[in-house]
Design a protein. Sequence first.
Length: 163
Amino acid sequence: MSQSSAVNSVPAPDAEQIGRRFLRLLADLEDRDELNLARIEQATGVKLKPGQAGPFYTHDLGAGWYYLLHYVDGSAALKRGVGLEFGHRGETAGDARAICVLGFQDYHQQLRAMGFRDTPTYGEIGQLLDWRYQKGDITLAVSLWPQADENARACVKSIATLN
């Protein structure tokens, strides 16, 4: 069996799997300079393809939900970085179960256990914009999907390094 067909026979990770793999990638990073395409692909188990804004991988999760994993190689204007975004096609996001098996608290606890310091970021009128996590020269922003029900589990919209 060729390597290409072996890779294609492995099912794409679901939202929980890609989230856990992304966290594992972050856990192993001590410095932003250690971040590279090969390391991201090895940690996540997916092959990123070339794109205009940099290498990326996207996967449809059903019911309009998808995730997007992307890498920024770095330039004079941008630092090397990586991000994972959970999105929804359509006008209303609907049921977020497809992306929320790992909720915000899961990501938050894991990042804190890795040694990241956390700080919420608020807007002009006191609304939560995102959470920032800092360790060494790595700063992450974690944004949440808005919740219609205040008792609903908080779901992550994106987790990405900041420039």
